[in-house]
Design a binder for this molecule. Sequence first.
Ligand code: GLN
Length: 303
Amino acid sequence: MTRTINHVLQEGTNLLKAESKENAQLDARLLLSNILNYNRVELIINKDKEIDKIVYDEYMSAIKSRVKGVPLQHITCEQEFMGLPFKVNAYTLIPRRETEELVELALSLLDKDHNQLIMDIGTGSGCIPISLASYNEKVNCIGIDLSQEALKVAKLNGQINAVADRITWIISNLFNSIGEEYVETVDMLISNPPYIKTEDINSLMTEVRDFEPHMALDGGKDGLDFYRVICRNSKKYLKCGGFIIFEIGYDQKNAVISLLEKNDFIDIQYKKDLSGKDRIVYARKKGTQQSIISSRGELDYVK
Ligand code: GLN
């Protein structure tokens, strides 16, 4: 019997379903698309095409990894974010849908006419600065991460998305290795820091707990360790009037707002995500704003 794309897809779907995997059909399709380098339509058009043994074996081994709980993105090594292709591996957090909302808000706050410098703390795959630079050509970014392995992936992603010339990658434990040349140069500081309470890590879904880097998840005893340090130290690098913009956990809005207040940030606002959970808190550094921000009418003011 010839083994066609359709047969193999059915077999993959059945194996995933037997292990009660959610999205069995979708995952079966995405894994085969990835191996064959076909898009969704090509897979349908070629449904009766024969699959050779090498491809079949590779596909079955991908399905088995998925059955064991390995995230789909760690098998395909990719994740789309903001409509752009990103490479991911076990050293980088898999970019999330919620973080696209953070990027969309950041883009709406940025100016399209003047050069702006953005600093991303805990850049991981680099999905935030790379998307900002891709959708606003006036943007230059600094992507900071403590993990050299993550920065290798981020650098590659910058090249894949053709924005490498506008992003500087710095290995640093938060601000520890950030040079004095960046003092008061940053127009927007953005971060999706680790924000899970240490004691809650064990109750995360297996796929996250066992496969994603704990370094990218663990926010310390109360989940707020990174917000505390970033709120305290970011003022040194931000221009007056510059934005600070955070992704937060669903129950961290009030705590992060009070950290911002304690550190004299002004114009503090928050935003819910599409599922109605508090997800973003943002504010501005007190002081006379710089020219870059002055073209946005409704945000214009001097304090
Ligand atoms: N900035 C990256 C992202 O949003 C990594 C975040 C992290 O590792 N906490 O996906």
